[in-house]
Every structure is written in structure tokens, then in C-alpha cells.
Design a protein around this ligand. Structure first.
Ligand SMILES: Nc1nc2c(ncn2[C@@H]2O[C@H](COP(=O)(O)OP(=O)(O)OP(=O)(O)O)[C@@H](O)[C@H]2O)c(=O)[nH]1
Ligand SMILES: [Mg+2]
Length: 439
């Protein structure tokens, strides 16, 4: 495939851009505008932009044509000129026509972005795996398609089209050919993604069949999920004080007290106003979470927006259909709290686990809690495994909890505690079967 035909997401990043941030204060409940803009600033700087100014408008209903009121839009245009801004970033999603109208008002050389475009930029910067890159490419092109007339038109045309118009029938306008090429690339990406996802589904299925208890870390971006995975399993996942440092799923075995083993998966974090298209695009990455037996909801207990962040996470969990799964709330970063704050949090949330992943405090409590959750659905049994079925003994050691082990003339006798799936594989070797069956 020639590089001309490939859509290069890197090129529409906000790198080195000077940004003006724009928010609308609806005066309602939930996220205060200052907090939401502080997060937008973090998103912008993660994407590589510097902040040139901020504009806030108080209004209940955004204008359908220009989002902001007319006066405010002109004020914004003036500020963009005087600060030599190269991008204007809205905290809310803009429709394609609002985006185009605003660009007309502000001037052609300033790009108007919204929160979704910024998040897509960051995802493009941080995608590592083939699957991650395909997912981001797809989400970007789906974002771009209805906006081709506006800011993206020339970019996409350069990337997808080669010589402008030259290769296409004289009757086809540039815009039509851009759209056609974009659509074609979207269906190519969907096909590729399906292929990659099915390969991963095979791996996941084999893990599922093995019957090991599966735990998935979920939570707001920057809550400390990767730090926790590393602290518990000795993994080496990238940790950074950045939004969306992690995009791929990483799974490691976690050893628990009394010889129990589970798997622990770290994956992409969530954010307030997470674009629906992105959740959709990351469907296969989030399959790990969808198939988990237990979710650990990691929360940054030191932040100002703990409750709002938890609500945003709950919303995404609902969107991916896992809201009903067993969940343990893990309040992280307790090293940043005073003893008094810790005590208040502990008494208000007696079922949560308080810990500091980076300081390694409270990890044992979490291990014990996971073990208790894993034990809930587990089956205790005694099996006698003939010596020529060594793989079953291996499986038991790898994934079940061994209560006792004894070598007898007839084989290895094991008392184990296992998940129901694993127990089903041990069933043929069960010694206490008669006892149970006769009831
Ligand atoms: N003080 C303190 N900082 C922590 C703790 N755990 C994590 N951090 C910091 O919080 C930041 C984010 O940590 P990550 O582990 O990358 O967070 P994440 O949830 O994986 O974030 P994303 O992958 O970006 O969604 C890093 O700067 C960590 O060093 C903690 O217990 N205490
Ligand atoms: Mg991470």
C-alpha cells in the first residue's frame, strides 16, 4: 500500500499549536465549568498544544448555528487574532455545521476543534498496538467524514487523494471524491479490525475456557490503574501523569494468598464526555472488561472531582453493558490524603479498599479482597489424576488453589478450590463424585 493512500492520523494532531479553550457554563449541577476547562487544558497539553487563552460563556442553550452567541463568537475571533492562536478548542461537541460556521467567523487559518477531536488526537499519539492504531484510525475517519467540507477537507484530500481530482472523472467534485475515498478507507479499516479482533477473541476464549478467575481494572484516566497493575504483578506498563497513557489491554497473572491465581487486566481509561464513537471503536479492547468476573474500579481519592469521575465511569460501564458486574471500589493515592481524610473516606465507604499503588500501601488488603471475591463462586473438590495426565496437575497448579497434594500409587491426589469452569475440566478425575451424586 503506498503511503499516499494511507490516512496518517499523526498529521492532524494539535502538536505545537497555540490553543484557546472555550467552555459554556450552563450553571447546572455536575462538573463546574472551571473543572471541566482544567481537564480540557490537560487534554490540550497532552496533545502537545500550549494554552493562549480561555473564553467562557454563560448560557442555557447553545446556539444551533455557532454554538456561542454572536457577540461571544466575535470576541473569540478577536482573541484568536490578538494571541495568534492556531486552534480553538470547545469543551463540548460541535456539530459539523457549527464547526464550519465558527471557522468562517474566526478565520480560515484557525482550526476549530471540539473535545472529541482532541481526545482522538491523543489516542492517535498514544496508540501502540496494531489494533489500537486501527481503532483510532477508524474513529478519526468517522469523525472526519461528515466534516470533510470544513477544516479536514484539504488534509484528507492530500492524504487520500494524491493529485487533486486528477484521477477521477471530471464530473466528480473534489468533495465527492474525498468522501468516497474516506468511506472506502473506513470499510477497509472495519474489515482489518474485524480480522485482528477475531484473532484476539481466540486467545481470550482459550483463557476463558481455562476457567481462571478474571479481574479487570477500570476507572477514570490517570486514576493509577497501570501503577496498580505494575505494583501487584511486577508488570512494566507505562505510567505517566497524562491522560490516556494506556490504550491497549495488558493481562498478567496475579498471585494471591493461599496459592490462588487470577488474571488482572489493565486497559484504556475513561473520561467525562467520552465520545460515543470512541467507546464503539474500542469495543474489542473493552471485551476484556466485558468478560471479566470482577471489576476493580480505581478512583483517584486525592482529586477534587472524585464523585463526578466515578459517575462518568459508571456511565461508560453502562454503555459497554457491564454495569451489573461485581465491582470493588479501590480508592487510590491515599498517600496524598491526611490521616483525617483517610478516616472519613474509610468510614463513609466501608466496602471500598483504600490504598496507595505508588507507595505500595494497602496492596495486601486488596489481594485478600480479590481472593475473597474469587472464592465466592468457587468449587472445592478432590481429584485423583493418573500420572500420565500430568497436564491436569499442571493446570491445577497454574490456575486453581491447591489445598493439599499427595502422591499415591493411583496418581496425584489433589484437593483443590477452582472456578466452576475449571472444576468442569477436573470433573472426570473427581474422587468425591459419588458422594456428591448420591447426595
Ligand atoms: N501520589 C500518588 N500518585 C500515584 C499513585 N498511583 C499512581 N499515581 C500517579 O498517577 C499518575 C497516573 O498513573 P497511571 O498508573 O498512569 O494511571 P492510569 O489510570 O493508568 O492512567 P491512564 O492510562 O492514562 O488512563 C502517574 O503520575 C502516577 O505516578 C498513588 O498511589 N499516589
Ligand atoms: Mg494506564
Amino acid at each position: 500500500m503506498s503511503s499516499h493512500n494511507r490516512f496518517e492520523p499523526e498529521e492532524i494532531r494539535a502538536v505545537q499549536d497555540r490553543a484557546i479553550l472555550v467552555g459554556v457554563d450552563r450553571g447546572g449541577r455536575g462538573w463546574p465549568i472551571e473543572e471541566s476547562l482544567a481537564e480540557l487544558e490537560l487534554l490540550a497539553s497532552t496533545a502537545g498544544a500550549t494554552i493562549a487563552g480561555t473564553v467562557i460563556q454563560r448560557m442555557h442553550t447553545p446556539d444551533s448555528r455557532t454554538f456561542l452567541g454572536k457577540g461571544k463568537a466575535e470576541e473569540l475571533a478577536e482573541l484568536a487574532r490578538s494571541t495568534e492562536a492556531t486552534i480553538v478548542v470547545f469543551d463540548d461537541d460541535l456539530s459539523p455545521s457549527q464547526q464550519a460556521n465558527l471557522e468562517d467567523i474566526i478565520g480560515r487559518d484557525v482550526r476549530v476543534l471540539d473535545r472529541t477531536a482532541l481526545i482522538l488526537d491523543i489516542f492517535a499519539l498514544h496508540a501502540v498496538s496494531r489494533e489500537g492504531k486501527l481503532q483510532v484510525d477508524l474513529a478519526q475517519l468517522e469523525y472526519v467524514l461528515p466534516r470533510l467540507r470544513g477544516m479536514w477537507g484539504h488534509l484528507v484530500a492530500e492524504r487520500l487523494g494524491g493529485g487533486r481530482g486528477a484521477r477521477f472523472g471530471a464530473g466528480e467534485s473534489q468533495l465527492e471524491s474525498d468522501r468516497r475515498l474516506t468511506r472506502r478507507r473506513i470499510s477497509e479499516l472495519r474489515r482489518e479490525l474485524k480480522h485482528v479482533a477475531s484473532e484476539r477473541a481466540v486467545q481470550r476464549k482459550s483463557r476463558a475456557r481455562s476457567g481462571i478467575f478474571r479481574v479487570s481494572l477500570v476507572g477514570y484516566t490517570n486514576a493509577g490503574k497501570s501503577t496498580l497493575l505494575n505494583a501487584l504483578t511486577g508488570a512494566n506498563v507505562l505510567v505517566a501523569d497524562q491522560l490516556f497513557a494506556t490504550l491497549d489491554a495488558t493481562t498478567r497473572t496475579l498471585d494471591l494468598p493461599e496459592g490462588r491465581k487470577v488474571t488482572l487486566t489493565d486497559t484504556v481509561g475513561f473520561i467525562n464526555k467520552l465520545p460515543h464513537g470512541l467507546v464503539e471503536a474500542f469495543k474489542s479492547t473493552l471485551d476484556e472488561t466485558r468478560e471479566a468476573d470482577l471489576l476493580l474500579h480505581v478512583v483517584d481519592a486525592s482529586g477534587q472531582q472524585t464523585r463526578e469521575q466515578m459517575a462518568a465511569v459508571a456511565e461508560v460501564l453502562g454503555e459497554i453493558g457491564v454495569a451489573g458486574k461485581p465491582q470493588v471500589v479501590v480508592y487510590n493515592k491515599t498517600d496524598l490524603l491526611s490521616a483525617e481524610e483517610r478516616a472519613i473516606l474509610g468510614s463513609r465507604s466501608p466496602h471500598a479498599v483504600l490504598l496507595s499503588a505508588s507507595a505500595g500501601e494497602g496492596l495486601d488488603r486488596l489481594r485478600a479482597r480479590i481472593a475473597a471475591e474469587a472464592a465466592r463462586g468457587s468449587v472445592s473438590m478432590t481429584i485423583l489424576v493418573p500420572y500420565d495426565h500430568g497436564e491436569i496437575v499442571g493446570l491445577a497448579h497454574e490456575q486453581a488453589r491447591i489445598v493439599s497434594e499427595e502422591h499415591t500409587p493411583g496418581g496425584t491426589r489433589l484437593a483443590v478450590s477452582a472456578t466452576p469452569e475449571l472444576a468442569a475440566r477436573f470433573e472426570p478425575y473427581r474422587e468425591d463424585a459419588d458422594v456428591r451424586d448420591n447426595g
